[in-house]
Structure formats: structure tokens, C-alpha cells
Design a protein around this ligand. Structure first.
Ligand code: CA
Length: 365
């Protein structure tokens, strides 16, 4: 049997591969001899914070599991569970830390209550783009700090996708000045929410299922979500037609995080396969978000008006962000250390980005 056929025909019958706890991968060499390599079959349970097969994020993790299975010749099976099947959506961190499950796929910003520094690993308002975030993680020291700090929760994190630039959100009324923000109730999480609070907004947290109804009933005046592709599915345009360009989530990072003890017990081969599959997932998700957002933008309902926030608001947001970062740094040494590493990379990256990407985009027009 050709290896490709072998992988395809067995993809749906993973359990049939376990022979006395071992997986047999047949390799036929050119002289016709067959070598049988025994690799211990491993099955891991991974819970997500998304509904089953949720577009781009959920299908991304489904494909990650499929790739781990293919690349390992069937010896590594990752079973993906949608939110609330094994554990509630926002308890995946604790459940993995406590080894109730082996791994999770979620957004890093959800865990700032565990350690405020985690919000920086998830992305910064007015900060680095997805590609720049990944560069800081891999080459600028971000991953080392993330793994050190997650290590205290017995967790081992990997980047598990990224959204690319997000939109600024849907508003019921147009925002023409800073004064228009005063007293507005907006669903906006994370550091972006804290900046908005300093600008007079009342940031609220709502589960995904309640956002549209709250907007329609006027319980909230605005909401951010992701970008055209995923926002369109929520129907926000009907209740809040002013769609603002983004600033608060220029490159949000998702994570595939493992129980650290479980991770360390995996073979070097399986660790390498998971790492490679997570990198593939991250680049594919970024490309898919770009493509799907571009398509969805073309078919937004006709009443939608795309707007950019007034300059005075963005100037005030920069000042407010500096204040928020200063306060958080004074409260937490971890936050201060991560911020210093992040800002060191920002400083290194900016001159090159200015004369390469930024300059080119202006030339291209
Ligand atoms: Ca968002």
C-alpha cells in the first residue's frame, strides 16, 4: 500500500490502528522490503472556546488535529471538543492546568484575570500587527516570557492562529467627536476596553449569544467583534450600521496550549509534529481571515457605512493607552517585564517597517 493511500484509508479509523498500544506505520522501500516502525499511539483531548466547526477559528483547529494525525502517520490523535462539551468555554485554561483535559484552543486575552501580563501576549491596542506579533514571539523573546509565565500554571503555549487586523466595531450612532463617546455602552474586552473606559465609554462583557439582542434592544450602543467575515454572520448591521475601522486589535493571537506535564511526556517526534502543525495553522488562519474578510466586505448590507474614528479620539486613545500601561506596570512586575520586551521589539521593528512595508503601501496606493 502506498503511504498516501495508507494515510487516507486510515484517517477515519484511528482506533483500529492501536495494536497492543502501538501504532504500525508500514514503509515499503524501493527493493520491496517492508519496515514496520512502531510508534506508541497517543490520543489527546483538546477543548476549544468556540462552537463546533466555527468558521476559520474552529475549522482551523479541526484542521490542526487532522494534520497532526496525517504527519504522525496516525500515531497522534487529537480529539477536538467544541465549547461546553467537556468544559465551559472560558474554563479551558483551568481544566488544562489541572490536567482534566490535555490541551485547549482559545484567545489569550481571556486570561488577563490570571495574570495581567497575559493580555500583552494576546495583542495590544494600537500595537503590533499579526505578523509583527509572531516575529516578537519567535525572535524577540515573547515566547520565552509566555512559556515562563504559563509554566507557573503547568501550561505550555503555542501560537494557534491569529485574526489579522480587526475592525473597530458597530455603532448605532455616528462618532464625530470625543464627546460622542461619553456614556456609551460598548461590548469591548481587554486593554481596548480599558482605553475606551478612559475615553468615557462604559465597556461591558457579554457572551457572543447575547450581543445582537442587546444591541437591538439598546441595552448596549456599540460592539466590536472581529471583521467583516465573522461580523456578517452576527447580523450587527441591522441594529448598528456605522462600522468603524480598527485600532484596538491589530493582531490578536490565539493559542493552542498544552498541559505542561503532558507535553513533556510526548515524544520529541510528536512535539515536533504539533509545533509544525501549529505554525501551519497560524499562517493558514491569517491568510483565510484576509481572504474571507476581503470577500465579506464586498457584500455588506447596503445600509452599512464604513467610518474611521475622528483623529482627536485616536490621539486621546494613545494617551489613555500609555496611562493604562503605566498603571498595569506599577501593579505587576510580570506586566512590566513583558511590556519592556514588547516595546524593545517595537523600537527595533519600526524603522525597518517604516522604510519597507509602510513606505511601500504608500507608494502602491
Ligand atoms: Ca475582537
Amino acid at each position: 500500500m502506498k503511504r498516501r493511500d495508507f494515510l487516507t484509508t486510515t484517517a477515519l479509523g484511528a482506533t483500529a490502528l492501536a495494536v497492543n498500544g502501538c501504532h504500525r506505520a508500514e514503509e515499503k522501500s524501493e527493493d520491496g522490503s517492508v519496515a514496520i516502525k512502531k510508534t506508541k499511539k497517543v490520543t489527546l483531548k483538546l477543548a476549544t472556546s468556540w462552537p463546533a466547526h466555527f468558521p476559520i477559528m474552529g475549522t482551523g483547529v479541526d484542521n490542526f488535529a487532522k494534520r497532526c494525525f496525517e504527519l504522525s502517520g496516525g500515531s497522534l490523535e487529537i480529539k477536538v471538543y467544541a465549547k461546553n462539551i467537556l468544559v465551559p468555554a472560558l474554563q479551558v485554561f483551568d481544566a488544562t492546568s489541572a490536567a482534566q483535559i490535555d490541551a485547549f484552543h482559545s484567545g489569550v486575552y481571556y486570561w488577563k484575570g490570571k495574570n495581567s501580563a497575559f493580555s500583552i501576549f494576546g495583542g495590544m491596542p494600537l500595537g503590533l500587527t499579526s505578523e509583527e506579533m509572531i516575529t516578537w514571539m519567535k525572535f524577540g523573546g515573547g515566547y520565552d516570557l509566555w512559556r515562563e509565565m504559563y509554566g507557573k500554571f503547568n501550561l505550555y503555549p503555542l501560537i494557534g492562529g491569529t485574526t489579522g487586523p480587526q475592525m473597530g466595531g458597530w455603532f448605532k450612532k455616528e462618532i464625530n467627536s470625543l464627546a460622542d463617546l461619553k456614556g456609551l455602552k460598548m461590548r469591548i474586552p481587554g486593554l481596548g476596553g480599558e482605553v475606551m473606559k478612559k475615553l468615557g465609554v462604559n465597556p461591558v462583557l457579554l457572551p457572543a449569544g447575547e450581543i445582537y439582542t442587546s444591541l437591538e434592544r439598546g441595552t448596549i450602543d456599540a460592539t466590536e467583534w472581529v471583521g467583516p467575515a465573522l461580523d456578517s454572520m452576527m447580523g450587527f448591521a441591522k441594529a448598528a450600521p456605522y462600522y468603524y475601522t480598527g485600532w484596538h486589535e491589530p493582531g490578536s493571537i490565539l493559542e493552542i496550549t498544552f498541559n505542561k506535564t503532558r507535553w513533556e511526556k510526548l515524544s520529541a517526534e510528536h512535539q515536533a509534529i504539533i509545533t509544525a502543525a501549529s505554525e501551519e495553522m497560524t499562517s493558514t488562519m491569517l491568510q483565510e481571515f484576509r481572504y474571507e474578510n476581503a470577500k465579506a466586505l464586498q457584500v455588506l448590507p447596503e445600509n452599512v457605512q464604513i467610518k474611521t474614528f475622528p483623529k482627536e479620539m485616536m490621539d486621546a486613545a494613545k494617551v489613555a493607552l500609555d496611562e493604562v500601561l503605566k498603571v498595569e506596570s506599577n501593579k505587576s512586575d510580570d506586566f512590566k517585564r513583558v511590556l519592556e520586551s514588547y516595546q524593545k521589539f517595537v523600537k527595533l521593528n519600526k524603522p525597518w517597517d517604516d522604510i519597507s512595508t509602510k513606505n511601500f503601501l504608500e507608494i502602491r496606493g
